[in-house]
Design a protein around this ligand. Structure first.
Ligand code: NAD
Length: 341
């Protein structure tokens, strides 16, 4: 059908996917991207304006849980690779309304794995002709490992201990992906990444909320005492990591990806405020005065931190942005966005 390698990207209209697709097309001139996205509240095609007329890009609106549709896409487009982003991704929503997380994150991943198995392997589990280089890259999170105390790091050997319905649903999907490698020999690969930030992130998430509230001169809400620690990675660094894992990673392996940039939530809010003080100064006062502590989220994990030695050694990947440089780019993007509205 295409003279280029057809790659199915799921959830490409979301935050990470919409940063990834233009990047991936630039890095891989011989691919054709088919973006399957249901366009839930979290998906936005405006994030993909840059590629909408690219002849190596096709958008399909649909649900990854729709077995018939997914099989039809594999068949019609002769899919040779999958990069699977589609998920319900907001922890607070998973606490309020877990059902969608179970459906999309678990059932949806299962539906994609089954389609890949049918199209890439024959009835006795051998690779079908033409699919020798096929691979299924599952995008996951470090939240599957649960919470760390003040010391230690997550790596590929860390036992799973998910604490929210979101992380439990992602952990389940990781296990399904793993089982398709061990049981059927499906060429899968998984990456588990720390918290991302950057352009296109949905307003509901921590960093866009801090920027938006600061600019609206409203209280900036910080859970608990602001001491919860996350590792933060600029989204384009994650995209570089995914591209490396998809193209050069070893089948059946997992890779943790992290920013080597641990910060607590209070530090994040203060850094955003001081960067805004610099880029968009407010008359007379610092944005920091707007920071306000609010009741903590139930089951709030204390600390996540990543030891990304494996991907660094095996694939030569490491982050290019520090938090300070990445947040400056991010804030500049949001300032531009809000000025346009
Ligand atoms: P997002 O919520 O911004 O985007 C999710 C996308 O998936 C949206 O475009 C949505 O429309 C689509 N989608 C949802 N349900 C669907 C369905 N049933 N069928 C088809 N499309 C559907 O999420 P994100 O932050 O871009 O995260 C992408 C992936 O990366 C997720 O799997 C997430 O678990 C993982 N991840 C995210 C982070 C992070 O910090 N954001 C960190 C590590 C891993």
């Amino acid at each position: 059908l295409y003279s280029y390698r057809p790659i199915l990207i799921t959830g490409g209209a979301g935050f990470i996917g919409s940063n990834f697709i233009p990047f991936f097309l630039r890095q891989n001139p011989l691919v054709h991207v088919i973006n399957l996205d249901k366009l839930t509240y979290a998906g936005n095609l405006e994030n993909l304006i840059e590629v909408e007329n690219n002849e190596h890009y096709t958008f399909l609106k649909g649900d990854i849980c729709d077995e018939e549709l997914v099989e039809q896409i594999f068949d019609q487009h002769k899919i040779e690779g999958v990069i699977h982003f589609a998920a319900e991704s907001h922890v607070d929503n998973s606490i309020e309304k877990p059902a969608d997380f179970i459906k999309t994150n678990i059932r949806g991943t299962f539906t994609l794995l089954e389609a890949a198995r049918k199209f890439w392997l024959n009835s006795i589990g051998q690779t079908r002709k033409g699919f020798e280089n096929a691979r299924f890259h599952h995008i996951s999170t470090d939240e599957v490992y649960g919470s760390l105390g003040a010391t230690g790091f997550f790596n590929e050997e860390t036992p799973y201990a998910p604490n929210s319905p979101y992380s439990a649903s992602k952990a389940s999907s990781d296990f399904l992906v793993r089982s398709y490698f061990h049981t059927y020999g499906l060429p899968v690969i998984t990456s588990n990444c720390s918290n991302n930030y950057g352009p296109h992130q949905h307003d509901e998430k921590l960093i866009p909320t801090i920027i938006r509230k600061a600019l609206a001169n409203e209280p900036i809400p910080i859970y608990g005492d602001g001491q919860n620690i996350r590792d933060w990675l600029y989204v384009i660094d994650h995209c570089r990591g995914i591209d490396a894992v998809f193209n050069k990673g070893e089948i059946g392996q997992t890779y943790v990806i992290g920013g080597n940039s641990e910060s607590n939530n209070l530090y994040i809010a203060q850094t955003i405020c001081s960067t805004l003080d610099d880029l968009a100064p407010k008359k007379g006062d610092s944005y920091k005065k707007q920071i306000k502590f609010v009741k903590d989220r139930p089951g709030h994990d204390f600390r996540y931190a990543i030891d990304a030695t494996k991907i660094k050694k095996a694939l030569g990947w490491q982050p290019k942005e520090s938090f300070d440089s990445g947040i400056r780019k991010t804030i500049a993007w949001y300032l531009n966005k809000y000025q346009k509205v």
